[in-house]
Structure formats: structure tokens, C-alpha cells
Design a protein around this ligand. Structure first.
Ligand code: CO8
Length: 260
């Protein structure tokens, strides 16, 4: 595996832990997405690996979402490559045969929230400074239909409708209340709780659990699989618009100012 994706696999339990360590904030760049996908593919092919915990090695942040710099000032060709990688990540995680648990040990906006929602179970650190949600509209961009579908499948239609329009980022307590995360624990307990939870899921026969997971998720996955090219074209057309580029530029400026 790459330096930015560290995988610890425990042969005795059949559980792997994927640590995202792409400084400073695990933003999902083309390169990082590719590394994550390669790591996931290797685990998926290893039949002795039954469960996967995804977590962050970066302090305070699970993942800052898609790397805005891969969508800002880039050629249409680059944007298309980038988007294919985002699709690939989602398809691989959402369709994984493994039991996947997100150990959300920090903030998880936009693409970070999406990544956690692809998992079977989410445990978040109970730190009111952290937030999670699909905040795309706040950047002046629009969450694609499969981001929306994933959230509908997680928290339901009405909650998603409001969350997406307002670009809501939820505190851990609010996220628990709407079911965006399944459990809150003390910050230093996130990973151990994920491992404990995994034991419960491992007790279910794989074939039955996998078929059930597939039954729940296949229609959503098929929707993107049968529309991948059109989805790439839509994204490129949208993201390369002057007005959208301007919004992204302003958002990046805001991130820098907030820091100063
Ligand atoms: N992409 C690129 N750079 C980023 C990103 C990002 N997503 N997030 C943070 N950075 C940069 C910051 O600009 C900063 O850079 P620098 O050091 O050069 O000033 C550095 O990373 C560190 O960031 P912060 O100082 O802000 O770190 P904090 O620990 O204070 O905060 C947060 C961490 C909470 C994650 C904060 O950085 C943040 O809110 N980031 C923005 C998150 C965000 O809004 N992401 C949305 C990305 S869009 C997406 O994922 C889905 C898009 C779907 C596209 C659909 C179009 C059709």
C-alpha cells in the first residue's frame, strides 16, 4: 500500500483497519482516491478479510471531502479523470462484500460524509467541534444524484431534502439524532468501539449478510453503473462553468481567511 493509506490486517480476526493519512486533512485528491481504491481492491480479493474499519490518522479530521484543487482551474480532461476516480471509490465501498465500519474520528464534510455513508455502520467521536454532512450547496455546487441517493438510503427522504438544500453540517449529537451516524463515543474510544462492533457483525454468516446488503444497495448502485459516462459528462460540464469556478475560488479564499 501507499504511504497515504496504511492498512493493518489482523489474520486472526479477519479484520483490516484502513488508516487514511493524507496530510493535512485527507482531502480526496485523484492520487489519494486511486491509492484508497487499490488498497480496498486488494482487501476485497483476499477472502480471509471479512471486515474493514476505515479511520483517519489526521488529527480532528476524518476527511475534508473531495479535493477542491482537483476541480478548480483544471482542464476538462483532468476533471473527467478525477470524477471517474470519485465514482470508482463510491462503487467499490458501497458495493463491498466486506463488513465496513467508519470510525469517524473527526470532521467529515461532503465527500468525507459520503465515504462514511458507504459503510455499513458509523461510529463518531463525541466532540461538538466536529461536524458531518453534505454541505455542497454552501460551495455553490450540487451533490450528484448518487450522493443524494446514498443519503436518502441512510436518513430518509425528508431529512435529505432539507439537509441538501441548506448544505447542513451536523454536530455529532444532531447526526446521531437523524441517524446519519449510528453511535457516539468518546474520542479515544472510536477505534476500539469499531472493533467491538465488528465482532457482532462477524457473527452473521457472510453469504446471508452479503446477499442482504446487495439486495438493499443494488438498485442504487445500478443507477450509477448504467449512467457512468453521462454522469462524468454532466460533472465536467457543470464544474468547468465560469460561474461555478468563481464560487469554488471564493470558497477556497474563505477557507484561507478563516485560518488567518
Ligand atoms: N480540498 C482542498 N483543500 C482543502 C480542503 C478540500 N476539500 N479542505 C481543506 N483544505 C485545505 C485548506 O485550504 C488548508 O490549506 P492551506 O493550509 O493551504 O491554507 C488546509 O487544507 C487545512 O485546512 P484547515 O486549515 O481548514 O483545517 P482545519 O483543521 O481548521 O479544518 C476542515 C478542517 C473542517 C475539514 C476544513 O478544512 C473544511 O471545512 N474544509 C472544507 C471542506 C469542504 O467543504 N469540502 C467540500 C469539498 S466538495 C465535495 O466533497 C463534494 C463535491 C461534489 C461535486 C459535485 C459537483 C457537481
Amino acid at each position: 500500500t501507499s504511504q497515504k493509506v496504511k492498512v493493518d490486517f489482523d489474520q486472526s480476526t479477519g479484520v483490516a483497519v484502513m488508516h487514511m493519512q493524507s496530510p493535512p486533512v485527507n482531502s480526496l485528491s485523484l492520487e489519494f482516491l486511486t491509492d484508497v481504491c487499490i488498497a480496498l481492491e486488494k482487501l476485497e480479493m483476499d477472502k480471509s478479510c471479512r471486515g474493514l474499519v476505515v479511520t483517519s490518522s489526521q488529527p480532528k479530521v476524518f476527511s475534508a471531502g473531495l479535493d477542491i484543487l482537483d476541480m478548480y482551474g483544471k482542464s476538462p480532461e483532468h476533471c473527467a479523470e478525477f470524477w471517474k476516480a470519485v465514482q470508482e471509490m463510491w462503487l467499490k465501498f458501497y458495493g463491498s462484500d466486506m463488513i465496513t465500519i467508519a470510525a469517524v474520528n473527526g470532521s467529515s464534510p461532503a465527500g468525507g460524509c459520503l465515504l462514511s455513508m458507504t459503510c455499513d455502520y458509523r461510529i463518531m467521536a463525541d466532540n461538538p467541534r466536529y461536524s458531518i454532512g453534505l454541505n455542497e450547496t454552501k460551495l455553490g455546487i450540487v451533490a450528484p444524484f448518487w450522493f443524494k441517493d446514498t443519503m436518502v438510503n441512510t436518513v430518509g427522504h425528508r431529512t435529505t431534502e432539507m439537509a441538501l438544500q441548506l448544505g447542513l453540517l451536523y454536530s455529532p449529537a444532531e447526526a446521531l439524532k437523524i441517524g446519519l451516524v449510528d453511535q457516539l463515543v468518546r474520542e479515544d474510544q472510536v477505534l476500539t468501539t469499531a472493533t467491538e462492533t465488528m465482532t457482532k457483525w462477524l457473527a452473521i454468516p457472510d453469504h446471508a449478510r452479503q446477499l442482504t446488503k446487495s439486495m438493499m444497495r443494488k438498485p442504487t448502485i445500478d443507477k450509477l453503473t448504467s449512467n457512468r459516462e453521462a454522469d462524468v459528462n454532466n460533472f465536467v460540464k457543470f464544474i468547468t462553468k465560469d460561474s461555478i469556478q468563481k464560487s469554488l475560488g471564493m470558497y477556497l479564499e474563505m477557507l484561507k481567511r478563516r485560518k488567518a
